[in-house]
Design a protein around this ligand. Structure first.
Ligand code: HH2
Length: 290
């Protein structure tokens, strides 16, 4: 599944300032749903490295008109917040999930809110805060450490009364991790998936892709799609992305290839079954190369 990102902030690292007016944000939300996202994830406070926190009133003032304008959206909305006050208002306004990038460290009471209301809860791993997280990116065994921290946060949510099916986990790519650390987490994502909770993952346009490819955020679309496909193959359930259309197309092509049973196709061709034969040539559109 794809969770399309909508940041209603002036300062997000990739789409900051593009959707900070409600009209533009609401139009983008509808577009994200049309392009094939299963979830819309709305954030009103940037968590890019070094970002300053936003007061709850300001965060809610950014979110409220957008949530109101997207009330009839055909897909569920998650709200990317770590503040109980904001989360409570968002749930009242119809949000189906809370995406907490601190995995309950900022406010453990978010677990009680999810237990009371039944909304989904995404628990993401981060070391420190956005201001401090890139100061120390050294780990012993990064996948084991991240998995252990997510297991503890999940236990806290279960102890607060959440049902297992309500809780998703996310390794938090780019949050207090080096280039190699991010790549290793993606390569070993199956170990996070072994926790048994749905896995979210968000490589989209992040700076580790920039470090790998030597390009700025707007030129990281292809790298982001490649990282998403690699994550899906290793057990990710939800891909949190800016570029919904491109990611959807890549997943659809991969899905169509995976749906072919190679052995069946060969056997069918040998038996003269049309399923194994080449499809008939399609008539060419006038002057077109298709
Ligand atoms: N990444 C960002 C924000 N929220 N939530 C989850 N579950 N997983 C992530 O990887 C994740 C997240 C950062 O990306 P973005 O929202 O595009 O930028 P900013 O924080 O600058 O608004």
């Amino acid at each position: 599944m794809i969770a399309g990102i909508l940041n209603v902030t002036p300062d997000s690292f990739s789409d900051g300032g593009r959707f900070d007016r409600p009209r533009a944000a609401i139009a983008r939300g509808w577009r994200i749903a049309e392009e094939g996202a299963a979830i819309l994830d709305i954030g009103a406070e940037s968590t890019r490295p070094g970002a300053d926190p936003v007061p709850a009133e300001e965060e809610w003032a950014r979110l409220e008109p957008v949530l109101r304008g997207l009330r009839d959206l055909p897909i569920p909305v998650s709200v990317d917040t770590s503040k109980l006050e904001v989360a409570e208002r968002a749930v009242d306004a119809g949000a189906a999930a809370i995406n907490d990038v601190t995995a309950l460290r900022a406010d453990p009471a978010l677990a009680g809110l999810a237990a009371r209301t039944g909304v989904g809860l995404v628990l993401m791993h981060m070391r420190g805060t956005p201001r401090t997280m890139q100061l120390d990116t050294a780990y012993g065994d990064i996948a084991a450490e991240v998995r252990g921290a997510l297991a503890d946060a999940r236990r806290t949510a279960l102890d607060a009364g959440c049902e297992p099916g309500q809780i998703a986990v996310d390794p938090g790519l780019g949050f207090g991790k080096s280039l190699d650390g991010n790549l290793e987490l993606l390569a070993r994502l199956d170990e996070i998936a072994a926790l048994g909770a749905p896995v979210w993952v968000g490589p989209s346009r992040k700076s580790f892709l920039g470090a790998l490819l030597g390009v700025g955020p707007d030129e990281r679309v292809t790298g982001s799609v490649a990282a998403s496909l690699a994550a899906a193959r290793r057990g990710a359930d939800v891909l949190r992305v800016h570029d919904v259309r491109e990611t959807r197309q890549a997943l659809d092509v991969e899905g169509a290839i995976d749906a072919i049973d190679a052995r069946d196709a060969v056997d069918a061709r040998r038996a003269g079954d049309v399923r194994g034969a080449r499809p008939p040539a399609r008539p060419q559109a006038a002057g077109g190369r298709g």
